[in-house]
Design a protein around this ligand. Structure first.
Ligand code: GZL
Ligand code: ZN
Length: 339
């Protein structure tokens, strides 16, 4: 059958048109599938948590897990059991898994440059939360959200200054020095460094305040107890215990009471986190000031992760809201802490 030129052209155009339609349908179907995937499964977030060393930490983990579930975000969670090398391994597995975003709590500030370079090379944005990092190239992470440990330390210093300067009821006037014991958090962590620095900054112009003992209890209740046994043996006249977290404080209180000492009366105690047990101790007069460090950052973290997955930029540093609870407050107003 001879086809005229016109018929061939018409035929040819018909084929082009058919291919075009298929590719459009195909592509929209493809698009549909992808968007279908996004709607059904949400983004995938790799979350490297340092461990479960305190009530604060387990609350923080729960907050992130609940927020992810709430928003239909797939969370690949790893508990590093207090080891940085486990966090580095976890981040590498997140990269291999090609998650959309990496969120991690850096147990210490240093040692992250290489693995974060690998994440950047893989095109995966990184959100740092709770504790800060020191990296040569700040572009290796998109931003930080967490607590302001410097401010927490300053608030602790201001309470001690006020307690002993304006109202020297606790001290007989002849006393030359106010002796302070510091229960230090995890060595090398930004939060312990910040709490120590803020505290010292406030007291630096008051030489009558002196830190006679400072050791790391690694934010652990058991180590808080051990350190208290040691410093109570070493020092007769301790006036203040400044503890970087409630877990260590609770351990120290146990050691004090075993010796018939009255925490909060014989020794003034300032503690950070504001877990329920510390608020209870405040109400019982066993501690004198509780500084909140807010663990419930999950919703904010997931919101920021979603923005990063959508290619948005996020604030470089974001601090969460925190209170200070004083022995002189109306303590009946404090809501149940949930951790
Ligand atoms: C503070 C957080 C600390 C808590 C501790 O932001 O990193 O680690 O104060 C926790 O209770 O173990
Ligand atoms: Zn002074």
């Amino acid at each position: 059958m001879i086809h005229t030129k016109r018929q061939i052209r018409k035929h040819f155009l018909g084929i082009i048109f058919f291919i075009l339609i298929c590719s459009l349908i195909g592509c929209s179907a493809q698009k549909k599938k992808v968007s279908q995937f996004d709607e059904d499964h949400g983004i995938i977030v790799g979350f490297s948590q340092i461990g479960a060393e305190s009530a604060w930490r387990t609350c923080n983990t729960r907050s992130v897990q609940d927020a992810a579930a709430e928003k239909g975000v797939q969370l690949v969670y790893d508990n590093a059991e207090q080891k940085q090398e486990n966090q580095i391994k976890a981040i590498r597995s997140f990269i291999a898994y090609q998650v959309d975003v990496i969120v991690f709590v850096p147990i210490v500030t240093d040692g992250w440059d290489n693995v974060l370079q690998e994440a950047q090379d893989a095109g995966i944005p990184v959100l740092v939360t709770d504790r800060k990092i020191d990296v040569a190239d700040p572009s290796l992470y998109a931003g930080f959200i967490g607590t302001d440990s410097l401010k927490e330390g300053r608030n602790a210093g201001l309470f001690v200054l006020d307690k002993f300067t304006n109202k020297r009821d606790h001290l007989d006037q002849t006393k030359e020095y106010i002796n302070i014991v510091e229960l230090f958090g995890t060595e090398g962590s930004s939060v312990a460094n910040g709490r120590a620095e803020g505290f010292r900054e406030v007291l630096k112009d008051h030489p009558e305040f002196r830190i006679v003992y400072s050791k790391s209890g690694d934010f652990l209740r058991s180590k808080g107890y051990e350190l208290a046994v040691e410093f109570l043996d070493m020092h007769e006249d301790i006036d203040v215990i400044y503890s970087h977290n409630d877990g260590m404080t609770l351990g120290a209180i146990e050691a004090m009471e075993e010796r018939g000492l009255r925490p909060g009366t014989d020794i003034v105690i300032v503690t950070i986190d504001a877990q329920q047990a510390a608020i209870d101790a405040l109400r019982e007069g066993k501690v004198n000031c509780v500084i909140e460090c807010n663990p419930k950052t999950g919703p904010e973290i997931i919101k920021l992760a979603e923005r990063l997955a959508a290619g948005e930029t996020i604030p470089r540093v974001q601090y969460v809201h925190e209170e200070v609870f004083y022995e002189t407050d109306d303590l009946s107003l404090i809501e149940p802490r949930g951790y």
